[in-house]
Design a protein around this ligand. Structure first.
Ligand code: GDP
Ligand code: MG
Length: 442
């Protein structure tokens, strides 16, 4: 994709804002790339539409090309879509004892392997006692497969009783998990090559017996578009709480992940990256996004774009300071940067001519808790007040201080600091000192 976009954007030399035409040309390529990565057509279409809305009219920064900028917008939107609203991808609901986890999916998707990998993770990372049970009565070897894996990773499996139905095994697993003091029990169901009524009916029956806290759908990440149909079907009929994408170590391009997220809205929890028991990782949207874009250097590119945006912001800020414009928003971003950069003293000592002031502040007991209080005060101001601190009279001051849970005297100190820093910035600006000072800061 990067080469393709490079070609398109070599022809675009315009500066200013991204025009609709620029964006449309670029997005045609993005759409093709998505389809090549196995993203389904409607999903690719929707995605491109969203990017188009975001990209059109976006300001072009000076030192990145429009192409890089569109790539960044595409990249960010990919991550946003992939991540969805799942705050913690690797986290499972195992908040009841014993917590049932039901594993569903087509035959060969990697259910049994993933069951064992996940059991190992729950045992080792989360210190849970786990019981695994195979409900795969179709293939006699399937139960043994889980048993062997269990032995290998040191996780208990439910003893095999020949002749039982999946529902009977599920009941026994539940009882055994309660009696045996297990935190979690995992039910590894049988799969078919295709979804059929019997498979669904069986899974639904097991679900009703176990009442799983998580129903994880295991999908082969190499199957692309097909995976989405499978996911939709399973979710409609059985109800899925999360997805595990397997074979992401293969050369599939990750498009299934995007389609899956967009169509089913289900969080992708984990990815399988090999046959070994430790080849399971928490789903990371950034990695899949890079893969869909098909470029190794995408991250570097995006970072460069980001840095450039920040540098330009800094430059804009400096121009305002030189004109003596320094309001509470400016002060707030300075204070926040100080926090990030290791506190006030180290910050001030980096600015020419500020060594003495830094020492005075340190002597006066100005430390990071003060920074935090100052930021709280600014947060307590309205937008208008932040832009025009001269508006702050007694009643406003009272309200702001109360909002931050602090004294008005502290707010007065903050106001004095804002005025002094504004004056200082202006003076430094005249002598060209500001530029040097700020190049150390950003
Ligand atoms: P099930 O029929 O859904 O239970 O699938 P299995 O767990 O038996 O897996 C089928 C095959 O896929 C086995 O050979 C596994 O080793 C392999 N497999 C499972 N997950 C992965 C994965 O993430 N990467 C790779 N390369 N192979 C996997
Ligand atoms: Mg199996």
């Amino acid at each position: 994709l990067s080469e393709r976009l490079g070609g398109v954007f070599d022809r675009l030399t315009k500066q200013g804002a991204l025009s609709e035409d620029d964006v449309r040309t670029a997005l045609r390529e993005v759409r093709v790339a998505l389809l090549e990565a196995d993203v389904s057509l409607p999903v690719a279409r929707n995605f491109v539409k969203r990017v188009q809305d975001k990209a059109t009219g976006a300001a072009v920064t000076k030192s990145v090309t429009p192409g890089q900028q569109v790539v960044k917008i595409v990249h960010d939107e990919l991550i946003r879509t992939l991540a969805g609203d799942d705050p913690e991808p690797g986290k499972l609901r195992i908040d009841q004892v014993p917590a049932p986890i039901l594993m569903v999916g087509l035959q060969g998707s990697g259910k049994t392997t993933t069951t064992a990998k996940l059991a190992r993770r729950l045992t080792e990372r989360d210190k849970k006692r786990v019981l695994m049970a195979s409900l795969d009565t179709n293939r006699p070897a399937a139960m043994e497969q889980l048993q062997i894996l269990g032995r290998q990773i040191g996780v208990d499996t439910l003893p095999i009783v020949p002749g039982e139905t999946p529902v009977q095994i599920a009941r026994r697993a539940k009882t055994q998990a309660s009696l045996g003091g297990y935190d979690v029990y995992m039910l590894d169901t049988a799969g078919r090559l295709h979804i059929d009524a019997e498979l669904i009916a069986q899974a639904a029956e097991v679900r009703d017996v176990a009442n799983p806290r998580e129903t994880l759908l295991v999908v082969d990440g190499l199957t692309g578009q097909d995976a989405v149909n499978v996911a939709t079907e399973f979710d409609d009929k059985i109800g899925v709480t999360g997805v595990v994408l397997t074979r992401m170590d293969g050369d599939g391009r990750g498009g299934a992940a995007l389609s899956m997220r967009e169509v089913t809205g289900k969080p992708i929890k984990f990815v399988g990256l090999g046959e070994k028991m430790d080849a399971l990782e928490t789903f990371e949207p950034e990695r899949i996004a890079g893969r869909i874009l098909g470029m190794g250097d995408i991250v570097a590119l995006v970072e460069k774009a980001q840095q450039t945006l920040e540098a330009e912001q800094a430059e804009r800020m400096m121009k305002r300071f030189q004109k003596g414009q320094f309001n509470m928003n400016d002060l707030k971003s300075q204070l926040e940067q100080m926090m990030e950069m290791g506190g006030m003293e180290s910050m001030m000592s980096m600015m020419p001519g500020m060594g003495k002031a830094a020492k005075q502040m340190a002597d006066a007991g100005m430390d990071d808790s003060i920074l935090r209080r100052q930021i709280a005060l600014i947060n307590s101001m309205t937008k208008t007040e932040r832009a025009n601190p001269q508006l702050l009279q007694a009643s406003r001051k009272k309200r702001i201080a109360a909002g931050a849970g602090l004294e008005v005297s502290e707010l007065n100190k903050l106001l004095k600091m804002q005025r002094q820093m504004g004056d200082m910035m202006k003076k430094l600006g005249k002598g060209g000192m500001l530029k040097r000072a700020m190049s150390g800061m950003f």
